[in-house]
Design a protein. Structure first.
Length: 99
């Protein structure tokens, strides 16, 4: 999935940080191998995705995001982000042992 940076504003910045995940940690997930799955359809019709990956400091993270047009490219707009719980990490590592 290709994108040209992140789309942050007061709305998504505050919501993502509400779960204690710094913006730099969210962005770092996309700098390493990440599992991306489609998310449920949302009422606005916007296509959303779920990302599961590892932050630069080694913690597993779960991020919901969308892609937004920006100039000639796309920017990744995080909608919600949190660190994964231990049980979630175990399930994820079993399902995706190579990531």
């Amino acid at each position: 999935m290709e994108f040209e940076g992140f789309d942050w504003d007061g709305g998504n910045r505050d919501k993502c940080q509400a779960h204690g995940m710094p913006l730099a940690a969210i962005e770092s997930v996309f700098g390493a191998p990440v599992t991306i799955l489609p998310d449920k359809a949302n009422p606005s019709g916007e296509q959303r995705y779920r990302a599961i990956g590892t932050t630069s400091d080694g913690r597993k993270a779960f991020i919901v995001f969308t892609l937004r047009a920006f100039g000639r490219g796309m920017r990744l707009r995080p909608i919600s982000a949190r660190f994964m719980h231990r049980k979630e990490v175990l399930v994820y590592e079993k399902a995706y042992p190579d990531v």
